[in-house]
Ligand binder design. Sequence first.
Ligand SMILES: *[C@@H]1O[C@H](CO)[C@@H](O)[C@H](O)[C@H]1NC(C)=O
Ligand SMILES: *[C@@H]1O[C@H](CO)[C@@H](O)[C@H](O)[C@H]1NC(C)=O
Ligand SMILES: *[C@@H]1O[C@H](CO)[C@@H](O)[C@H](O)[C@H]1NC(C)=O
Length: 183
Amino acid sequence: MHSLSGSSGNGSNQLYHRFGLVLVPNSSILYIADTYNRRIMTYLLNATSGSVAAGGGHGAGAGSNQLCYPYSFTWDSSSTSASSWMLADGVTGISGNTSIHLVNPLSRVLDPMGNMNVADINNRRIQIFLFDQSDGTTIAGVTNLSGTSSTRLTTPYWAILDDQLHLYVADTFNSRVQKFKRY
Ligand SMILES: *[C@@H]1O[C@H](CO)[C@@H](O)[C@H](O)[C@H]1NC(C)=O
Ligand SMILES: *[C@@H]1O[C@H](CO)[C@@H](O)[C@H](O)[C@H]1NC(C)=O
Ligand SMILES: *[C@@H]1O[C@H](CO)[C@@H](O)[C@H](O)[C@H]1NC(C)=O
């Protein structure tokens, strides 16, 4: 699909420890989380180089044009191209276990109503942030309590929704995927 340079680096035809990847529906546009280059790249399918969509060249930090280690991202069809970001959930640079905080959030998924489900790994829970709200509600797991019972999550690395809005959580260190019926 891509003939990038084959070596890692920060050129427009290179990536460095990339993680997330999204193909925009009905298009030939691909976004890649170029994690260790602290940037999100965008490519046309089959192109040999791409361009920076977010972060990149601004160093690590909490500024609105910076990213630290972007592991994954969600593409929202209403987004326009912008060179800086707005905070969607959590508190920049501060972790915690309250309803507004997150600890090492990894994946997130938007439902069709615009609510964001966030895998809040080190709080061992999945939080839902209703559209435009900064206060989240726990919909799976128990805040900062690990365990193997059906209501607990130990390391919820990834969460996805199916088309009926049932939630599937990869509870990685428990070696299982938990299904939670539609909220
Ligand atoms: C990309 O290349 C593949 C293999 O040559 C081809 O099948 C596909 O149609 C190309 N896609 C685009 C969008 O050019
Ligand atoms: C989670 O619990 C552990 C001890 O069980 C504690 O060290 C840690 O600070 C807690 N994390 C949060 C975000 O409360
Ligand atoms: C939540 O954080 C507070 C403040 O750091 C701490 O005292 C409390 O034990 C934490 N709760 C859990 C369940 O980790």
